[in-house]
Design a binder for this molecule. Sequence first.
Ligand code: AHR
Length: 520
Amino acid sequence: MRHYAVSLTALGLLAFGWSAAASAATPVTQVTVDTTKPGAPISRQIFGQFAEHLGTGIYGGIWVGKDSPIPNTRGIRNDVVAALKAIKVPNVRWPGGCFADEYDWRDGIGPRDQRPVRKNNWWGDAPETNQFGTHEFMDFIDQIGSEAYISVNVGSSSPKDMREWVEYMTSPGTDTLANERRKNGRDAPWKVAFWGIGNESWGCGGKMRPEYYADEYRRFQAFFHKSDTNQGLKIASGANAEHYEWTDTLMKVAGGDMDGISLHYYTLPTGDWNSSKGAATGFGTDQWVSTFSRTLKMEEIISKHEAIMDKYDPQKRVGLFVDEWGTWYDVEKGTNPGFLYQKNTLRDAVVAAANFNIFHHHVDRVKMTSIAQTINVLQAMILTDKDKIELTPTYYAFKMYVPFQDATALPLTFTAPQYSAGGNTIPAFNASAALGKDGHVYIGIANMDPVDNIVLSVDVSGLKVTKVGGQVLTADKMDAANLPGVKAAVAPVDYKGGKIKGNQLTLDIPSKSVVVVQLN
Ligand code: AHR
């Protein structure tokens, strides 16, 4: 049910609101973008990815082996590489997740036919063949033109193991580990942009208390040296959702020794980890709204962690790295429950855009994020079916937001209507604006209203708008999806809903859609 509501916003954030009865005509919502007051840069790292050894995320999804009939380059799928290049993936986090804290990097180097097979204890007890290890991952990173975010094992390993992996990968010298890397086929050291010191150390990464992990973090990070040629950023394992005490303790005890601290927050339509999380397809309006109600909580969660970080780091030197986020549904019927395979629909694309808009409002602290996960797992960009691939609606949301990579955030204010169903009320849309590297102003809009369009009357201070274009992603059904091997049904098309009349810019935004508008 649509409410006419007033929600004063700063930088697009919902600050307060009231609601009254709906009016018959579509209300016009005033939006202001101010190009004269540019904000902080939107790091391209905000559009990062996460690829764990989980289900078919790596094996089948990225790695098929060089003898596969599926076209590949040194064992890595060509179709997947081409698709990921097109969304300019800035970073990929690997090898986990929970998997990372049981991973022995030595299992994944050397001749592939001699690598050990292990049991993937976290994910369906699947055999881990180690065919995809450090060299294969870094080849994948090079092929897609991205940067590496290596998650090191803190939970079941030692600083010595970590230090040896660091040296193996990054040493330019003639030391034994660098020479072993050369013997295994890689002469030049790799650049690793980010090192994650443990994953979910409060849970699958060792069930540590914050005080204990803070000391462990300090111990592990001490073995990165100022003399290292590769100076990647060091990221502490951060809080789960609203676990604010974790961030507080970490910042207090170890804030001075880190470049970033992570945050994990997943969107479950029911909010229930223990029974049904909600279906990926075939849901109704109530679950559409509860999904957005929960995903928009990202705003509050980030703000509260930021406030804690501001206490210890007012200069905002330490970044908040939201390195796991996205939708988490019940697995697709008939699939291995440990493989976290779920379908991806229009709803997921709108969820992605709504989160991008939130991240853009916090770019002075949120320096990087990684959606979970790239292929065949949770909110995936790509679903594979043997030799076929499907580019999901989420993939297209990432593609539409490429102009925001390394753009400059612009202040945006608006007055939002609200939408209610099933006991939840959400703002009908959220939005963010930026000045792109190409000199255009971009406005990204997530219309979360499943029924009605919204009409925006946009005042762009400091720019005489002469042309409006862009792209729109929508469909008739809330759970519209794409299929492997056929032309995507849910894909962006040219946006034709913009009108300029004198100084007035009007945008007609269809219900349940993602729109990225480009202004000249
Ligand atoms: O992304 C799936 C899992 O979710 C990750 O392995 C873990 O870090 C998180 O709990």
